[in-house]
Design a protein around this ligand. Sequence first.
Ligand code: DGT
Ligand code: CA
Ligand code: CA
Ligand code: ZN
Length: 577
Amino acid sequence: MTNNRIIEVLHEIAELLELKGENKFKIRAYLKLAAFLSGYERELTDVYAAGGKDAVLEVPNIGEGIGKKIIELLQTGKLKYLEELRASLPEGVETFMKIPGMGPRTAVFVSQQMHAKNVEELEALLENHKLSGMKGFGEKTEEKIRRGIALYRRGESRKYLNVAFAAAAEIISELKKRHKFTRIEYAGSLRRLKETVGDVDILAESDDKSVMDTFTTLDCVKDVIVKGDTKSSVNTVHGMQADLRLVEPGAWGAALQYFTGSKEHNVLLREIAVKKGYKLNEYGLFTADGKKKTESASEEEIYGKLSLDYIPPELREGSGEIEAALKHALPDLIVQEDIKGDLHSHSSYSDGSDEISVMAASAKKMGYKYLAITDHSKSLKVAHGIDDKTMLKKIKEIDELNKNQKGFMILKGTEVDILPDGSLDYPDELLAKLDIVIGSIHMNFSMEPAEMTERLIRAINNPYLNIIGHISGRLINHREPYEFDYEEVFKAAKKTGTALEINANPERLDLTDVKVKAAVGHGVKLAIGTDSHGTEQLGHMMYGIGVARRGWATKNDVINTWDLDKLLGWVAKKRKA
Ligand code: DGT
Ligand code: CA
Ligand code: CA
Ligand code: ZN
């Protein structure tokens, strides 16, 4: 729980209290603490770790009442008071507030004055232009809410990869505690590492029907949709449906292949099977008369019998992988072990929750050779961007820390803002003192695509800029990407020796898999960065690798598979050019 997150919570409480017409002094106490925390140099979670509850209560502006709530947040990551506050609002308001672009005030207005109780009724109001013309509502606002509803719906039906992964991991580990399985694995879109996941599909090799009793009564199960001997479905507290299928021994490969999908891939694969005189389904690979089952204990056997090279799950989208497998022309995809370091991370200098030394220790423990600390630049006030003077201090600190490192180096970096005109938020002389520079757009998103393209290309042409961060600015299920000409940007990146980032944060995944494939086609280098704001996010690398693999990228395409010398040499080359 970072101070930033706590500040968000405090703001939301204040806003809700105001909507409820509560006492002004009470509201002001929350806002005052929020303002104080945004300039406070210590993370409350550190204060708590070091000195417990008493230390937290000694922080200025934290009184007895708010203090209790802060401690609950620090301990559990949640706050009952806020949940109750949200639930106490008029019908619909809680849901409306989840719609991107709709604040509490609009939500209450729509509920109280316009009598909409759910998203469908809100849509009907928009459809009939009942809102435009109302106080503060124009056509633009209507359009914004309409787009927000589309994002909201997507978010309700498709979840982030890390959420799906946590759900699958919990179910599998709980089932394993109580049953012995020869094999148990997740399949579906999660195994393909698709950017969002509709539901979690789990396969277990077992003929023990009591597994279903365990599955349907797990702690994380909210309600049971269907329960059968070989297939059950439940809704989980992770906000996702999960399906469990029991597979007979001997049919594992066929079942895993079938339920990994995608549907498009499976359809094409079945056609190949038919051409070869086979029949393929989730129970096995059969001869055309449906009698003799060929071996189908593993996926490798099935692909092999069909004269195809083994196709990794991430490629199974029906987008050319089968043709490539027939011609033995599949790419040698990048793997986790190829990664030598993480090139995008934040420390407590800007909006991260951990100090540089703590981040570095974590990265080193993961077996990395380097970690770039890339805090925000001065214009990004909301994320505590650091000014030139502080940057110099940070450079000194990293140089000191590096004196004690063996076989590992902390890279002095920044995620410098790309300003509207394409210039960077630090002068070249300062950038020259750094090891690596990411440039990102965090402000002024609404620009004509041609202007945005120009902005990006001007940044790319700066000899000190090495990586463009999260290039489209999208937040999955939350904010649409801005538009620009990818082709032009790829060409400029290739020409100047600039890498494009695959941001591994599961809420970003930007570049997308499709754009990665196009970038690789242009010979553009990629950098996979987690954009970690704390040590617990360094593990997000796996999702970035998933995107890279789905984009057919190999080790050679990704700069953070390089040794330190090669990486620094590549940076130096652009500076000299
Ligand atoms: P999701 O859950 O929407 O993120 O995507 P998937 O791919 O996990 O889809 P899901 O859960 O509906 O089904 C899991 C896999 O089962 C799917 O990838 C392929 C297979 N499958 C499901 N329905 C069909 C079908 O009608 N035909 C074929 N060939 N395969 C299917
Ligand atoms: Ca699924
Ligand atoms: Ca499913
Ligand atoms: Zn950023």
